[in-house]
Design a protein around this ligand. Structure first.
Ligand code: KG4
Ligand code: ZN
Length: 341
């Protein structure tokens, strides 16, 4: 019988200190996470220096918990996978240094993982049978990418944001409405009580057939609307602002993604990243994919936002294609998901 491969994944690219163990890229044996959200909330966003310090304090305990939860020891682990970019440099360095130390001390392979690829792989844990080729929309706090997944580790970037990421727009709009960080889930909830047609915010489609995105104009339009209301003493209905803003984001994401699905002639669509937890985004994609006969996948809510399970899954596929890093591995804060076909 083929021996199963168990990967320990480590993720510290932003404000979650996370470790997880995944078997054969698909089976979640443990998933532990220390979220720093409450620490950063009072600053209205992530403070990089504070994030790094908290990662240092928590990382060892989080890894111990991942082993405990899976009822395994380091001896049972085949390789260590770690996010080395993109993200905050100080935060990334904590994960990278820890993974290097473990790899050296245990004499186990070290597999470098791109955080964006990790988000895609969260779907492989939720759906054990889903396989490339497929189109994936990755929408998170730092990234908005439309990708064609030719095969594991083989990506063609079809489009990306030219300015703000979708999650960043959610967080910035939430801040103007005095909602706490992170704003995405807050807007999601508020929007359910509002009228999406109340305010006609812009939708940036860019050039004809472009698969790129732009959300900074929408963010400014919301800001202008709020300032105008304040100047003219018009009451601001937060629920309507949230619903109308969200409708603009979701319209563009759905239209461009479905254009990519048509263009690439695929029958499988994956959503990934923190914003893929959004209820309206899921509802709209479900509706259109049902109509068109496209298989739609999105990760369990806990695997949409940053976690180490997705890094362990991506690490498994990297391990199988012999991606290896040595002790010179460094954090790469601006690492992008290059087309690799
Ligand atoms: O993937 P993620 O944890 O971090 C990055 O890699 O950036 O994504 C975090 C982002 C934040 O901007 C957060 O506001 C957004 O995902 N988010 C949501 C929802 N849940 C999280 N945005 C909209 N609706 C949600 N339900
Ligand atoms: Zn992320």
């Amino acid at each position: 019988m083929k021996k199963s491969i168990k990967i320990l994944g480590i993720e510290t690219s932003c404000d979650e200190t996370a470790a997880a163990i995944v078997e054969d890229g698909r089976k979640l044996l443990s998933n532990t996470l220390y979220s720093q959200i409450d620490i950063h909330k009072k600053f209205g966003g992530v403070v990089p220096e504070i994030a790094s310090r908290n990662h240092i304090e928590k990382i060892s305990g989080v890894i111990d918990d991942a082993l405990l939860q899976a009822d395994l020891t380091f001896d049972d682990i085949d390789a260590i996978a770690v996010t080395y970019g993109p993200g905050l440099v100080g935060a990334l360095l904590v994960g990278v240094s820890t993974a290097k130390a473990l790899s050296f001390a245990l004499n186990k392979p070290l597999v470098p993982v791109n955080h964006i690829e990790g988000h895609i792989c969260a779907n492989y844990i939720t759906f054990e049978d889903v396989k490339p080729p497929c189109v994936c929309l990755i929408v998170s706090g730092g990234h908005t990418h439309l990708v064609y997944v030719h095969d594991y580790g083989k990506y063609e970037v079809l489009g990306r944001t030219r300015d703000d990421a979708a999650g960043e727009a959610y967080d910035k709009v939430a801040r103007t409405l005095n909602l706490p960080y992170p704003g995405g889930p807050q807007i999601d909830k508020l929007a359910q009580l509002g009228n999406a047609k109340a305010i006609d915010f812009p939708r940036a489609y860019l050039e004809k057939d472009s698969l790129d995105f732009s959300f900074s104009g929408l963010k400014s339009a919301v800001l202008n609307y709020i300032n105008q209301c304040k100047m003219k003493d018009i009451p601001i209905v937060n629920e309507d602002v949230a619903a109308s803003f969200q409708a603009s984001v979701v319209d563009v994401l759905v239209d461009k993604t479905m254009l990519a699905v048509d263009k690439m002639k695929t029958d499988t669509l994956l959503l990934a990243g923190g914003v893929s937890a959004n209820s309206e985004l899921r509802r709209r994609f479900t509706e259109i994919c049902d109509k068109k006969g496209i298989r739609l996948c999105y990760p369990d809510i806990a695997l949409c936002t940053d976690n180490a399970a997705m890094i362990a899954s991506a690490g498994y596929y990297g391990y199988m294609r012999r991606d290896r890093a040595d002790m010179s591995l460094n954090a790469v804060p601006s690492l992008s998901l290059f087309s690799q076909v």
